[in-house]
Unconditional design. Structure first.
Length: 199
């Protein structure tokens, strides 16, 4: 049973592989719910945990405050919440595969990479949008897919190099895509200043 506030979209067939969507610093806004719906139309059971308990931000300053408030008021550490969500989705009655995928965006991408390092979690695939986090992936069970912006003030080239080195050493399968003319949040259609529909 998933106790964390969340949004879930289930295919019309009633079942499918599981995907956990980890929202960026804005919170679980309409974009991430629409993304879950799109994944459900493609046959996946898509679940997005709400780390801000219903609150959303529209400016960077508000997002920073919201993230800090959520951390300060949390009953348990965020990593424990996310681990519980992943384990619960893998056992959900509508999910047809023992492992789930995790897709993380910016802040959520940081969490996705931390979670993917844990061999005790049923994560078979990890997709990351504009985030990089170094670590030890040698015991990971996941394959990896990365989407990077060409001009990203939030993700340094050095952090990407360290991430790639870590994954090379781990022997895990990893694919990297860079999108010309893009900046941070380029995939999120509600970020008018950053959204890049061609990418």
């Amino acid at each position: 049973m998933i106790t964390q506030p969340h949004y879930i979209a289930i295919p019309k067939s009633g079942s499918g592989p599981g995907v956990v969507i980890l929202h960026s610093c804005w919170g679980l806004n309409a974009f991430f719910k629409v993304l879950c719906n799109c994944l459900a139309e493609a046959g996946f059971v898509a679940l997005a945990p709400d780390l801000y308990n219903g609150k959303v931000a529209s400016t960077v300053e508000a997002a920073r405050k919201l993230r800090a408030q959520a951390t300060a008021s949390r009953r348990e550490p965020a990593y424990k919440t996310l681990m519980a969500v992943i384990n619960s989705l893998s056992r959900h009655e509508t999910v047809t595969t023992p492992d789930v995928a995790v897709a993380g965006f910016s802040m959520g991408g940081h969490w996705a990479l931390w979670l993917a390092q844990r061999p005790d979690l049923p994560i078979g695939a990890t997709a990351v949008f504009y985030a990089a986090r170094n670590g030890d992936f040698t015991r990971s069970n996941s394959s990896f897919l990365f989407h990077f912006a060409e001009n990203d003030e939030w993700v340094s080239a050095a952090s990407v190099r360290k991430l790639k080195k870590s994954l090379d050493l781990s022997g895990r399968s990893a694919s990297y895509y860079d999108y010309p003319g893009t900046g941070h949040w380029f995939f999120e259609s509600d970020r008018s200043e950053a959204f890049h529909p061609e990418a």
